[in-house]
Design a protein around this ligand. Structure first.
Ligand SMILES: [Zn+2]
Length: 505
């Protein structure tokens, strides 16, 4: 019996990782961010940086998917993360630190990086926090009212749906608070507290990575850039609690009329000449017993209470304007959402030998981007500006899931001039449609990015990620992307891709 010479099988060669480059594994949960950056230390060992770990509450099966992601992270890193970056306090960026806390507790995290806006010892951050607390409480109140009301106009039904999706950035499905998730992330640090960053000063250096500089571009200290309102105002809306938040809180209390000592600061009349609507509708006579205002109100603005009457007859809320003032909740919700997005910690990673830059802007919206314009960093004998960094950016994590208002044209796109630019968008169009976010990702941004990157854009919801033999439409290596690998989610029991990984240089 002759024996064939043994064929030597070599272990499959993984793509050689560039010495001065980085491997970025983007998890593909859709509306949510989780990115693992693996740099190579001078001794050849990996240096792991994790940026965010969350999923929006509206995504079905979100916590289970995040658990799969964290298990994969554990497998890939052995549970050792050198730096955990938490960009901002939104559920879709931090939920995993709470919902998968039992998995994260086995991780060893060297340091946690956060923006100055998360620092409880910072006076301006405390002002911002006060606004957030008031706004969330007011919006929750309105949300509960609207949920309980029947016969809402289509506009108010839209406000109700919009509120739910904005509050979805603040709470988990079981009502968990986003603050708990952020704080769970902070507690993972081996240091006593996170390291807080703000723009300005020399770039951050890491001893183990002499080839890397990290520039902090945002969030700005400038109140106007962080402001929640479109219009300029002398008053710092973040500090004041915001006129919308006050009006909503006030309105809710008037409607409830439970606190006898409460004075509606916005009411045009003295308290003793009014009758709370709730009292009138329930048959309470109101403050002046001589006038049965309650009977009048019930006759003209309410409907028959008999269960025999049709629901349309019983529900006469369309005759009243008591719900319409809640429409201002839409403005407040937008202010809150944009304001928190603008607190995103924005980092640019520069390789000092090649000058190539990776930009991770979190969910920075226009105010944050515009604030980078005047930033300068002393480096060696010279000065680096934000325009330099943008011009040398070869890889962009697209901000805020590709929404319309998170990548400005002149101070954003137009400055990204590298011929090697490639991009990743953590987004899922179907989930965004489900929660009425409209066009996310925004078609105009997709078209512009596609032209600028020559098609080198990867999206978390790209169909090819679901196929184990799937490949992107662009050739790799191409631009800054040297290699692409991906893992379909069917390995963990779901549609789509679990992650996509790019070697960048
Ligand atoms: Zn987000």
């Amino acid at each position: 019996m002759s024996r064939k010479p043994a064929t030597r099988t070599r272990p499959a060669k993984t793509a050689a990782k560039p010495v001065s480059g980085v491997t970025v594994r983007h998890y593909c949960q859709g509306i949510g961010d989780c990115h693992l950056l693996t740099f190579k230390k001078a001794d050849g060992k990996p240096f792991r940086m994790l940026i965010d770990c969350g999923i929006h509450v509206s995504v079905a099966g979100g916590p289970a998917l995040v658990a799969d992601i964290v298990s994969d992270l554990k497998k890939e890193t052995g549970g050792k993360i050198d730096v955990l970056v938490v960009t901002h306090e939104h559920w879709d960026h931090v939920s995993g630190f709470l919902t998968a806390k039992d998995l994260f507790k086995d991780f060893v995290v060297g340091d946690v990086w956060m923006a100055w806006t998360e620092n409880p010892a910072d006076a301006e951050a405390a002002e911002l926090d006060k606004f957030k607390g008031q706004a969330i409480a007011a919006l929750q109140g309105v949300g509960q009212k609207l949920d309980a009301m029947q016969g809402l106009s289509s506009y108010m039904a839209g406000v109700r749906d919009g509120l739910q999706s904005v509050l979805g950035f603040q709470f988990g499905a079981a009502g968990e608070r986003v603050r708990s998730a952020r704080d769970a992330a902070a507690r993972l640090s081996q240091k006593p507290s996170p390291t807080y960053f703000e723009p300005g000063g020399p770039p951050v250096t890491i001893d183990a990575l002499p080839n890397l500089r990290v520039y902090v571009l945002g969030p700005p200290r400038d109140k106007a850039a962080l402001r929640l309102e479109e219009k300029a105002s002398e008053m710092f809306p973040l500090a004041s609690g915001g006129p919308f938040a006050r009006a909503l809180a006030s309105g809710l209390k008037v409607n409830e009329a439970t606190d006898a000592d409460y004075v509606d600061e916005l009411s045009p009349f003295e308290r003793n000449v009014g009758t709370p609507l709730s009292a009138a509708l329930t048959g309470d006579k109101g403050s002046d017993p001589a006038i049965d205002i309650a009977a009048f109100v019930r006759k003209h603005y309410s409907g028959p209470v008999s269960a025999a009457a049709s629901i349309e007859d019983r529900d006469q809320s369309w005759r009243r304007i008591d719900a319409d003032w809640m429409g201002i909740a839409a403005d407040l919700a937008l202010q809150l959402d944009r304001g928190v997005n603008n607190t995103s910690l924005v980092l640019a990673f520069e390789f000092t030998d090649s000058g190539r830059v990776l930009l991770f802007p979190g969910d920075a919206q226009i105010g944050n981007w515009l604030s980078w314009k005047d930033l300068k960093w002393p480096v060696g004998q010279g000065t680096v500006t934000s325009a330099d960094l943008l011009a040398r950016t070869v890889y962009l994590k697209v901000a805020h899931h590709g929404s319309q208002n998170a990548t400005p044209q002149k101070q954003g796109f137009d400055l990204l001039t590298s011929a090697d630019l490639s991009a990743f968008i953590p987004t899922n169009k179907l989930d965004a449609l489900k929660v009425h976010w409209g066009e996310m990702p925004y078609e105009g941004i997709l078209t512009a990015l596609d032209a600028k990157t020559k098609g080198r854009v990867i999206r978390a919801d790209d169909p090819w990620l679901a196929d184990k033999n799937g490949k992107p439409a662009f050739a790799a290596p191409s631009g800054s992307i040297q290699a692409v690998r991906s893992l379909p989610r069917d390995a963990t029991g779901g549609p789509g891709g679990l992650w996509v990984e790019v070697d960048l240089v």
